[in-house]
Design a protein around this ligand. Structure first.
Ligand SMILES: NC(=O)c1ccc[n+]([C@@H]2O[C@H](COP(=O)([O-])OP(=O)(O)OC[C@H]3O[C@@H](n4cnc5c(N)ncnc54)[C@H](OP(=O)(O)O)[C@@H]3O)[C@@H](O)[C@H]2O)c1
Length: 264
């Protein structure tokens, strides 16, 4: 079989996989999680992935994943990475972005698509001014392979940060408080914590399950379903409402969004 035909067949065998080579500049906690996710989901392969990383410890971690490894982006790694990639994912902390972009700039060509994860938004993404529809499809293919991927407009990013960026901390606090309540009611701490976390995770999954018409299930509908007359749940809900939990959560997201705007 001819090489071209073999390539075509390989591509057909992996319909959801991207052919583009993807290079990470900085692959710490978030970058490594994405690289693992891309390989596991089949949206990319180790052969198509590479990373420019700084410390020897990170270089060893990347080698163990079987991907190509380049050194510090500011010391030559950027050039090598650009040559080896079509899509470049910026996985460094925001304070390094300017110097990293400066190092990348001379080696970037028209084929390169740059994706920054530095905003700290879990799954929402913004198309830059020069990004095409096709670029958006590639970003969606990558990030939907490891979770929800939601396109938003630039002006919505502060709200996304207030919710998805800071929200995990609010939920950790809620899990801790729920467990405290169960401990107060007589459950051992380890069992209380496991049940509290499972309760939050299960409830979130139920909201995310499609309602049948491809929309999410509204949480108020689920809440009403699990609240029986004169039961335990309604007295608990009444306590939460009288403590103003709903308003506190709304204010928390708004305050975090405002802070994100202030920080630019
Ligand atoms: N999208 C999300 O849900 C999400 C979640 C969390 C974080 N984030 C964002 O993702 C970014 C990375 O966060 P993280 O938690 O993964 O940070 P991290 O663990 O500190 O990873 C950043 C990596 O960048 C590397 N690096 C720094 N300078 C470099 C250079 N000159 N050349 C090559 N590599 C360099 C560091 O290398 P060394 O370790 O070798 O120093 C480090 O491994 C942050 O901007 C964060 O806000 C996004």
């Amino acid at each position: 079989m001819e090489a071209a035909a073999q390539q075509e067949l390989a591509a057909q065998a992996q319909p959801s996989g991207l052919r583009e080579r993807i290079g990470f500049v900085g692959a710490g906690q978030m970058g490594e999680a994405l690289i693992r996710g891309f390989i596991q989901s089949g949206v990319s392969t180790a052969a198509n992935l590479s990373a420019s990383v700084r410390s020897e410890e990170r270089q060893r971690a990347m080698q163990q994943l079987g991907i190509q490894v380049f050194g510090n982006a500011l010391l030559g790694g950027a050039e090598a990475l650009c040559e080896a990639s079509d899509i470049i994912v910026l996985g460094v902390k925001p304070q390094y972005l300017d110097s990293i972009l400066e190092a990348l700039r001379p080696h970037l060509g028209a084929r390169h698509l740059i994706i920054s994860i530095a905003a700290g938004a879990a799954s929402a993404y913004v198309l830059g001014n020069h990004a095409t529809l096709e670029d958006g499809e590639k970003a969606y293919a990558l990030f939907s392979s490891v979770g929800l991927a939601i396109p938003v407009e630039e002006r919505m990013m502060d709200a996304v940060t207030g919710l998805s960026g800071s929200g995990p901390a609010y939920v950790f606090l809620a899990i801790e408080a729920l467990a405290d309540g169960a401990v107060a009611a007589g459950l051992p701490r380890d069992k209380a914590l496991a049940l509290a976390a499972q309760t939050v995770s299960g409830a979130a999954r139920m909201v995310l399950e499609a309602a049948g018409d491809n929309s999410l299930t509204h949480p108020a509908v689920l809440k009403d379903k699990v609240t029986s007359p004169a039961g335990t749940t309604i007295v608990g809900l009444a306590e939460l409402e009288s403590a103003g939990v709903r308003g506190a959560l709304i204010r928390a997201v708004k305050a975090a969004a405002r802070r994100s705007e202030e920080m630019g």
